[in-house]
Design a protein around this ligand. Structure first.
Ligand code: FAD
Ligand code: NAI
Length: 463
């Protein structure tokens, strides 16, 4: 007889494991299927966590090699132990994945090890065993988008997974795609000594971000040594021993050229991953991009089958997947789970960081909305000067009529931490004036947010 659960979650990434924990907290008998040897999904194993470990290590290295002198600190004999840096990253990942294993035990969640395959609408098979559940959640995440003519071997031509594992600093790394992965991992290897060239199809980097922020971000990265080849596409890659030769063409047509690289990072986006799930057996429908179709309550076209996280539409972000996991578990328990998609922050963990929430100026224009803009540079902030981190600015967008905050965009030091205040403001429906009147500690970087809010009304103090 097939073992029965109240809820089976397929995939233990931030969407799946959080959904499983919340459902267990609410009294359900829960199982989570994971085919990887460790829990935590893309995020903990090959995504957010290892990339942030290497970003931190490489930032420390760059600070030591380039940043300290100006502070009157002379350091000699610095050397890079990449093997240790990579080992530390591995330790950070293990501590996190083991942490989820502990949370599963604590919440009495059964980990079904292996690949889940639907055998019917409410039934799956894992490692030859049959299981049924009242509710089944698909949280199988995403994978790297491939590119014709660029064969990934995870050694010379790598996705983010291989780029996190390099055992030697490449002389020249070519990044295909000027998005989040390319710029974060490009930063890691540039800081450690690589030359980095980004080939981007569009005439701008980071397409989802506010254009003005994107432009400033690109200028800052260029100052750091990044080279950008915008409006170009890679049409082929040939590995010759230790080197890769890339064929690059203007996106709008023109003469092809070749670029050689030691490592090529393919980062042109991620797609919803449902391979091996046998969705047909359950009759679950997907959209034109292969994403599982769901309604506002994460229900698929098949009653009792749900989907959350990267495998459905929306930003492919860990915290978005987590919010959906909680909302779905609460809905299944009879509560009113809800995700406010208008208040989901996004952060690029480069130096400086880039962070955003709400609408961009381009989106407001497109929607025909009348808006006000308030901007304030980190250059005019005492703390940023003391830190020696003056690049960037905060840009707030508010409704022309009501002053309601509609968007917040930051490029600058600790943008990822600073955006939290803006997320709270947007979630609470605050006006720019509300933010402007809140007392912000001095001297902190958060004063730049306050000054930008004052600037919405044309009355910043320190500029
Ligand atoms: P995933 O985390 O992808 O987990 C899905 C899991 O399902 C996987 O473990 C997979 O093995 C398992 N699975 C799939 N099919 C089956 C099956 N049939 N049976 C059993 N198991 C199965 N997001 C952020 O918010 N912040 C960041 O800083 C950030 N950094 C990133 C850095 C990199 C390099 C990458 C690649 C991604 C990053 N992301 C970041 C994105 C983030 O990792 C994803 O948005 C998030 O992991 C999505 O969670 P998920 O639960 O939907 O799926
Ligand atoms: P992305 O969507 O961020 O960027 C891909 C870039 O590649 C775009 O600028 C696109 O115009 C460009 N592109 C597409 N096809 C191309 C081609 N043929 N040639 C050249 N350029 C091309 O995708 P990326 O960087 O792969 O990341 C995937 C997702 O992972 C992100 O969208 C994000 O959701 C998630 N992620 C989040 C992070 C964070 O929150 N800090 C960090 C890393 C990943």
């Amino acid at each position: 007889m097939a073992e029965n659960f109240d809820l089976i979650v397929i995939g233990s990434g931030p969407g799946g494991y959080v959904c499983a924990i919340r459902a267990a907290q609410l009294g359900m008998k829960v199982a989570c299927v994971e085919k990887r040897a460790t829990l935590g999904g893309t995020c903990l194993n090959i995504g957010c966590i290892p990339s942030k470990a290497l970003l931190q290590s490489s930032e420390n290295y760059e600070e030591l090699t380039h940043g300290f002198k100006d502070h009157g600190i002379n350091v000699e004999g610095i050397s890079l132990d990449l093997a240790r840096m990579q080992a530390r990253k591995g330790e950070v990942v293990t501590a996190n994945t083991k942490g989820i294993e502990f949370l599963f035990k604590k919440n009495k969640i059964t980990w079904l090890k292996g690949e889940a395959k639907f055998t019917g609408p409410n039934a799956i098979e894992v490692a030859g065993e049959a299981y049924t559940a009242k509710h089944i959640v698909i949280a199988t995440g995403s994978d790297s988008v491939p590119l014709k003519g660029v064969e990934v071997d995870e050694k010379r031509i790598v996705t983010s997974t291989g780029a996190l594992e390099l055992d030697k600093v490449p002389g020249h790394i070519v990044v295909i795609g000027g998005g989040v992965i390319g710029l974060e991992l490009g930063s890691v290897w540039r800081r450690l000594g690589a030359e980095v060239t980004v080939v981007e199809f569009l005439d701008r980097i980071t397409p989802g971000l506010d254009n003005e922020i994107s432009k400033a971000f690109q200028q800052i990265l260029t100052k750091q040594g990044f080279k950008f080849k915008l409006g170009h596409k890679v049409t082929g890659a040939t590995v010759n021993g230790e080197q890769v030769t890339l064929t690059v063409e203007p996106a709008k047509g023109g003469d092809a050229e070749t670029i050689t690289a030691d490592i090529v990072l393919l980062s042109i986006g991620r797609y919803a991953y449902t391979a091996g799930l046998n969705l047909e057996a359950a009759g679950v429908a997907t959209d034109e991009r292969g994403r599982v179709k769901v309604d506002a309550h994460f229900t698929t076209n098949v009653p009792g089958v749900y989907a959350i996280g990267d495998v459905i539409a929306g930003p492919m972000l860990a915290h978005k997947a987590e919010e959906e996991g909680v909302a779905l578990a609460e809905t299944l328990a009879g509560q009113r789970g809800h995700v406010n998609y208008g208040a989901i922050p996004s952060v690029v963990y480069t130096w400086p960081e880039v962070a955003a929430v709400g609408q961009t100026e381009e989106e407001l224009k497109e929607a025909g909305m009348a808006y006000k803009v308030g901007k304030f540079p980190f250059m005019a902030n005492g703390r940023a000067r003391a830190m020696g981190a003056m690049d960037g600015f905060v840009k707030l967008l508010a409704d022309q009529e009501t002053d309601k905050l509609l968007g917040a965009h930051i490029v600058g030091p600790d943008a990822g931490a600073l955006i939290a205040e803006c997320v709270t403001a947007i979630e609470f429906g605050a006006s720019a004036e509300d933010v402007a009147r809140i007392c912000h500690a001095h001297p902190t970087l958060s004063e730049v947010v306050k000054e930008a809010a004052l600037a919405v009304d044309g009355r910043p103090i320190h500029i």
